[in-house]
Design a protein around this ligand. Structure first.
Ligand code: NDP
Length: 234
């Protein structure tokens, strides 16, 4: 039977690619979207991950359509880049609220059904920036590094119940998020990527499919870099 999957921020970019990859592998996929329309052919549930009620409703709708959520991908994320002396408090806390606290809200709600089923896969989308740091991204790097400590603690809590918790750390991926960077910034990043190209969203999606699948049954608490070597395994 198809597994019930929920991908946050699954209406575009990396999240959409993950949703399509898992749907193609036979899963019943629900995606959350905040703005616009849900993508063609996928079950869309409206949700802002900064709202605990939205997250709860999104899970309830996905469960009503596809059954208890067995695989969750916390992918929704934002950047609000600026150097620290210019960074207002809400520029810091907004990014933490979406990226880190949002992942907490999603994983917490997901764990309810997974604990009952005694199985599940929780996958969090972090970033190479969590390990490398990045000037102008103290808020983003803190949120993404926080996800790793969160995931590893949760992996310890849920391991005995057959639930794995893993992190995917993409490098530089071709989406709207990176499209805003200046060509010079892009060229500079490219120089530091051993594989010599930026990632396509599908590169990340395939790693997520692996962690969500049977072949990754004995992997938990891991951080899987998908960065063309940019972070050299960190
Ligand atoms: P995009 O900017 O293309 O898409 C972001 C997604 O997150 C959208 O679906 C957006 O929904 C959703 N989202 C943003 N804020 C919220 C919110 N408050 N509640 C619910 N959904 C929200 O980003 P990418 O696809 O590039 O990034 C996806 C993830 O991958 C992010 O966590 C990002 O940090 C991470 N990542 C990206 C990298 C890259 O190079 N692109 C590198 C490393 C990590 P909406 O359309 O409604 O705004």
């Amino acid at each position: 039977m198809a597994r019930s999957v929920l991908v946050t921020g699954g209406n575009r970019g990396i999240g959409l690619s993950i949703a399509r990859e898992l749907a193609a592998a036979g899963d019943a996929v629900a995606v959350t979207y905040r703005t616009g329309e849900p993508p063609e052919g996928l079950f869309g549930v409206k949700c802002d991950v900064t709202s605990v009620d939205d997250v709860d409703t999104a899970f309830s709708k996905a469960e009503a359509e596809h059954g208890p959520v067995e695989v969750v991908v916390a992918n929704a994320g934002i950047t609000k880049d600026t150097l620290l002396p210019l960074m207002k408090e809400e520029t810091f806390t907004d990014v933490i609220d979406v990226n880190l606290t949002g992942a907490y809200r999603v994983a917490r709600r997901a764990s309810r059904g997974m604990l009952r089923m005694r199985r599940g896969r929780i996958i969090l989308i972090s970033s190479v920036v969590a390990m490398l740091g990045s000037a102008g991204q103290t808020n983003y790097a803190a949120s993404k590094a926080g996800m790793i400590g969160f995931a590893r603690s949760l992996a310890r809590e849920l391991g005995s119940r057959g639930i794995t918790v893993n992190v995917v750390a993409p490098g530089f991926v071709d989406t709207e998020m990176t499209g805003v960077l200046e060509p010079e910034q892009q060229a500079m990043i490219l120089k530091n990527i051993p594989l010599g190209r930026i990632a396509a969203p599908a590169d990340v999606a395939r790693a997520v499919r692996f962690l969500a699948g049977e072949d990754a049954a004995y992997i938990t608490g891991a951080v899987l870099p998908v960065d063309g070597g940019l972070g050299m395994g960190h």
